[in-house]
Design a protein around this ligand. Structure first.
Ligand code: ZN
Length: 109
């Protein structure tokens, strides 16, 4: 009787499955759609976030250089406006790069 209830409980919770990335055995309810365990998902998210900030910094740097050399605005006019543009580009760039990096990381591994 006890044995039966136990097996039914296991059916509901799900079987042990291996994480598609690290190969560790987990309960299937702990894995997401792509069969990644939580540790692997958060690890990929952290790395994607780092890639995002680096990319956002590069985008902002390139834009600042372009504004400085290409547009050459008079800095006593609206320095705050240009700064806002660069900051917005860094923020958007990092957000976008993070999403792309997360998708690429998940598709590859
Ligand atoms: Zn894993």
């Amino acid at each position: 009787m006890t044995e039966r209830r136990r097996s039914r409980w296991r059916e509901q919770v799900g079987d042990e499955m291996e994480c598609a990335r690290c190969g560790e055995s987990r309960d299937s309810t702990d894995l997401d759609r792509m069969l990644w365990c939580e540790a692997c998902v958060s690890g990929a998210r952290t790395r994607a976030g780092r890639i995002g900030w680096i990319s956002g910094g590069l985008v902002a740097g390139a834009l600042a250089l372009w504004i400085w050399l290409g547009v050459a605005p008079s800095m006593d006019l609206i320095p705050g406006g240009w700064l806002a543009v660069v900051v917005a580009a860094a923020w958007l760039g990092s957000k976008l790069a993070r999403e792309v990096a997360f998708g690429v990381l998940r598709a590859r591994e």
